[in-house]
Design a protein around this ligand. Structure first.
Ligand SMILES: NC(=O)c1ccc[n+]([C@@H]2O[C@H](COP(=O)([O-])OP(=O)(O)OC[C@H]3O[C@@H](n4cnc5c(N)ncnc54)[C@H](OP(=O)(O)O)[C@@H]3O)[C@@H](O)[C@H]2O)c1
Length: 259
């Protein structure tokens, strides 16, 4: 995909991967709409990108989400790229997840992308790309991240199906599955008292490296980006030897009474 002159909506643009994506895309001539809840942080992103219309929105709130879509629709005839990146996690045994955390997490990580796609796909031209920022936890189960992992597995399935359904309209769908990325993500977990262990942290990457991989994926019309690439081994093991992989992960992870 040739990016110069294209337009993109970036959700979760106020920090981490979303902010890094905004900056990288702006460097390549993409015009941006930046959204998140924190205006000051979005302004900081727009400053560092040198570009960007800001629309504050809480994507857990259907009304706020709808107003965001109304503003995007009224402001432009076309939108080339959707970066559906806003997301949150929660940590603890899956069987005792606080129901309010589960509801909020699924609203943000899964229902918001589904609704934004429903509202904005009609203004995406042929050659447009939907980017879903999922996680390696959407491909490989991670103890302690049950509801988060479930939301990302569901997002992956949704992205795969959307790709098939929109192929004839010329819309591409790229699903991005990062491993640990050095952002505020852990600090922002719902119910912050519990912190995940540092499983896989030695392969952690910066938000900028993640954004570069997303940019490369857009240029090469990739369907899936797994970053760092070493994580493809875990994906292959999940497909070929799930039992062995799960035993290995369970051995490395803390037992549920210490999560
Ligand atoms: N960091 C990792 O290790 C990692 C690994 C794999 C995948 N991911 C995925 O990458 C994505 C970005 O995460 P990150 O690492 O960049 O974390 P982050 O720095 O915490 O960023 C999360 C973003 O989501 C936005 N957000 C949170 N709640 C929102 C709400 N209710 N309404 C609208 N926006 C909301 C935040 O903006 P406001 O606070 O301004 O609303 C923020 O911009 C997530 O989908 C996450 O699951 C992260």
């Amino acid at each position: 995909m040739h990016l110069r002159g294209k337009s993109a909506l970036v959700t979760g643009a106020s920090s981490g991967i979303g902010r890094a994506c905004a900056t990288t895309l702006a460097e390549h001539g993409v015009r941006l709409v930046l959204t998140g809840r924190r205006r000051a942080a979005l302004e900081e992103t727009a400053r560092s990108a040198g570009e960007g219309e800001i629309i504050e929105a809480d994507l857990e709130d259907p009304e706020s989400l709808s107003q965001l879509c109304d503003r995007v629709l009224s402001g432009r005839g076309a939108l080339d790229i959707l970066i559906l990146n806003a997301g949150v996690g929660t940590y603890g045994p899956s069987y005792s997840t606080d129901p309010e955390f589960a509801r909020r997490l699924l609203a943000l990580n899964l229902l918001a992308p589904i609704e934004i796609i429903r509202r904005l796909l009609p203004i995406m031209p042929r050659g447009g790309t939907v980017v879903t920022v999922s996680s390696i936890a959407g491909m490989v189960p991670v103890p302690g991240l049950g509801v988060y992992s479930a939301s990302k597995h569901a997002l992956n399935a949704y992205a795969d199906i959307l790709r098939m359904e929109t192929r004839r309209r010329g819309i591409r769908v790229m699903n991005v599955c990062p491993g640990p990325v050095d952002t505020e993500f852990k600090k922002n977990l719902l119910g912050r008292s519990r912190q995940p262990p540092n499983l896989g942290q030695r392969f952690s990457i910066s938000a900028e490296d993640c954004a570069k991989a997303i940019h490369r994926g857009l240029q090469k019309n990739k369907r899936t980006v797994v970053i760092p690439r070493i994580n493809w081994t875990a994906v292959a093991a999940q497909r070929l030897f799930p039992g062995t992989l799960h035993r290995l992960i369970a051995r490395m992870a803390p037992s549920d009474d210490t999560i």
